[in-house]
Design a protein around this ligand. Structure first.
Ligand code: UN1
Length: 496
C-alpha cells in the first residue's frame, strides 16, 4: 500500500478536510506509485491562509538577516539531500537524473542567493526638498503570498517563489502541481527541519479548481504568483484583479534559435538538441522553433535529424538515458495532436512523430524526438506552445528576415542566436523581442541570480529570479521625518 501524505498547515501535518487522496505515479513506469496525496478543497485553503496570516504577525518583525540565516540552513540541507531529492524527482516527474540534480541545484542557488539578499534589501535614502527633514524608503512585506507552481521544475520554481517571499517577510501558502507534489513536500520537510517557524510556509495539495482558485480569491492573500499556461494565467489575473491583488505571471514560450551561415554548427547542434529535447521539451524556455539561414539549412537539418534519432529514451534514473517520458497521458495526446496538425498543414515530418513504445518504454509516456522542416509562420506548429519534444524548422535569407520570423510570435520568453559575427550578436540582443537572449548558447539554462521572464503573452511584466523578484514580494514604504519643529509645507514653503 502506497504511503499517504498530508498537507502542511501551521507547522502540522494534517489530513485534507475531504478525507480524499489521489495517486501520484511514475510517468516512466505506471506500475510505480510514488504516493497518495491529499485532494484538498477550499476549507483546507482557508485553514492554511489563516495559519499564514497568524504567522505573518511575528515573521514580518524577524530581522531579515535572521530570516536569511534560516535560508542558509535550508540551502545546506538541500545540499545534503540533493541526490535523494533528485532521484525522487525523476521518479515522479520523469526528467533525467542529470536534470533533476540541476533542478535541485537551482533551488540551492536560490536559497543561498536569498540568504545574501537578506542582508541587503536595499532601499534608497533620499534628500528632502525642505530643510531639517529626511526622506527614506523601506521595503515592506505584502502579507500572505499564494503560490501556484507547475510540474516541470518541481523544486526550482517553488523555491524561486517561496524563498524570496519568506526572505522578504511574507508568509506563504503553496499549491504544488498535482503531478509533482512529492518534491514540494520534501522541500517543506527541509524548511521545517531548518527551523522555519510554524505557519510561515503552508502546503495544500490538490487541483487548480478546488485549491488554486480559492487561494487566488481568498481575501487574505495579498499576492499571487503563478507559473503555467496563458489561459490559466489570464483567468488568475482576472480573478485577482477584482481584489486588486498583485499578480506575477510566468506563462508560456515559443522560443526560437537562429542559426547564421557563419555559426559553429557543431556547437549549434549541441545547443539545439539540449534546448529542444532536454526535459523532453517541457520547459517554458524550450527551443521549439529553429530558424536556419539558407546557406547551411540542408546541412544542419541532416546533422540534426541524425542526432535526434540517436537520442536514447528511457527511465531517467539510468544515467545513459538522454530523454525521459512526458509527464502524463494528456501531454502525449496534446503532443501527438500537434504532430497531426503539422502534417496536415504541410510541414515536412523528418523524424519522430509518434509515441515510443518499444520494450520497457511501453509502460511510460514516451514520445520520439520529432523534427518538422519547411515550417511557415502561418502554421499552428510555428505559433502555438506544444510543451513536448517537437521542433519546427524554418529557413531564412537575411538577418532581418530571420529576426522578423523570430519575432513573429505571441510569446517572448527566451531566444538565441548562433553566429561568430559580433554585429549579428549585438543586433540580436537589441532586436529580439524576448525577455532573454542567448548568444552561442541554448534557449534554456537561466541562472537564479538574474531576472527571469518575458514579454508579450509570456507574462504580465514581472521578472522572477535575481534581485527583481524582491520587487515582486515587497511593497515600498516612503517615510518622511521632519525635525524642524515647525510646520513645513512641501511645494509651498520652498516655492520660488
Ligand atoms: C521553466 O521552464 O518554466 O532557464 C523554467 C531554464 C530553467 C528554468 C526554466 N533555469 O531553462
Amino acid at each position: 500500500m502506497a504511503e499517504k501524505f498530508l498537507n502542511y498547515i501551521g507547522g502540522e501535518w494534517v489530513e485534507p478536510s475531504t478525507g480524499e487522496w489521489y495517486e501520484n505515479r511514475n510517468p516512466a513506469n505506471w506500475d510505480e506509485v510514488i504516493g497518495l496525496f491529499p485532494r484538498s478543497n477550499e476549507e483546507d485553503v482557508n485553514r492554511a491562509v489563516a495559519a499564514a496570516k497568524e504567522a505573518y504577525k511575528e515573521w514580518r518583525l524577524v530581522p531579515a538577516p535572521q530570516r536569511g540565516k534560516i535560508m542558509q540552513k535550508i540551502g545546506d540541507l538541500l545540499v545534503e539531500n540533493k541526490e535523494d531529492i533528485a532521484r525522487d524527482m525523476t521518479r515522479e516527474m520523469g526528467k533525467v537524473i542529470l536534470e533533476t540534480r540541476g533542478d535541485t541545484q537551482e533551488a540551492i542557488d536560490t536559497a543561498y542567493y536569498g540568504a545574501g539578499e537578506s542582508r541587503r534589501l536595499f532601499a534608497p535614502f533620499v534628500p528632502s526638498e525642505l530643510p531639517n527633514k529626511f526622506a527614506f524608503t523601506m521595503r515592506v512585506p505584502l502579507g500572505v503570498a499564494g503560490l501556484i507552481t507547475p510540474w516541470n521544475f518541481p523544486s526550482a520554481i517553488p523555491a524561486w517563489k517561496m524563498f524570496p517571499a519568506i526572505v522578504s517577510g511574507n508568509t506563504v501558502v503553496i499549491k504544488p502541481a498535482t503531478d509533482t507534489p512529492y518534491t514540494v513536500l520534501k522541500l517543506a520537510k527541509i524548511m521545517e527541519e531548518a527551523g522555519l517557524p510554524p505557519g510561515v510556509v503552508n502546503v495544500v495539495f490538490g487541483s487548480g479548481s478546488k485549491v488554486g482558485i480559492p487561494l487566488v480569491e481568498h481575501p487574505d492573500t495579498s499576492i499571487i504568483s503563478f507559473t503555467g499556461s496563458v489561459d490559466v494565467g489570464k483567468d488568475i489575473a482576472e480573478r485577482a484583479g477584482r481584489y486588486l491583488k498583485k499578480v506575477s505571471l510566468e506563462l508560456g514560450g515559443k522560443n526560437a534559435v537562429m542559426i547564421m551561415d557563419d555559426a559553429n554548427l557543431e556547437l549549434a547542434l549541441n545547443g539545439v538538441l539540449w534546448g529542444a529535447f532536454g526535459t523532453t521539451g517541457q520547459r517554458c524556455t524550450a527551443t521549439s522553433r529553429l530558424l536556419v539561414q539558407e546557406g547551411v539549412y540542408d546541412k544542419f537539418i541532416d546533422m540534426l535529424v541524425d542526432a535526434a534519432q540517436n537520442l536514447k529514451l528511457g527511465n531517467g534514473l539510468d544515467e545513459s538515458v538522454d530523454v525521459g517520458p512526458l509527464i502524463n497521458k494528456g501531454q502525449v495526446n496534446t503532443v501527438h495532436s500537434y504532430v497531426e496538425i503539422g502534417k496536415s498543414e504541410g510541414a515536412k515530418l523528418l523524424c519522430g512523430g509518434e509515441p515510443a513504445t518499444e520494450g520497457e518504454l511501453e509502460k511510460g509516456w514516451f514520445y520520439k524526438p520529432t523534427v518538422f522542416a519547411d515550417v511557415s509562420p502561418d502554421m499552428r506548429i510555428f505559433q502555438e506552445e506544444i510543451f513536448g519534444p517537437v521542433l519546427s524548422v524554418s529557413k531564412f535569407k537575411t538577418f532581418e528576415e530571420g529576426a522578423a520570423l523570430l519575432n513573429n510570435s505571441a510569446y517572448g520568453l527566451s531566444s538565441a542566436i548562433y553566429t561568430e559575427n559580433l554585429l549579428y550578436a549585438m543586433r540580436a540582443a537589441r532586436d529580439f523581442e524576448a525577455g532573454i537572449t542567448y548568444v552561442n548558447a541554448p534557449t534554456i539554462g537561466a541562472e537564479c541570480h538574474l531576472p527571469f521572464g518575458g514579454v508579450k503573452n509570456t507574462g504580465n511584466g514581472h521578472r522572477e529570479g535575481g534581485w527583481t523578484v524582491y520587487e515582486i514580494f515587497t511593497d515600498w514604504k516612503t517615510v518622511y521625518v521632519d525635525f524642524s519643529g515647525r510646520l513645513q509645507r512641501a511645494q509651498i514653503d520652498d516655492a520660488e
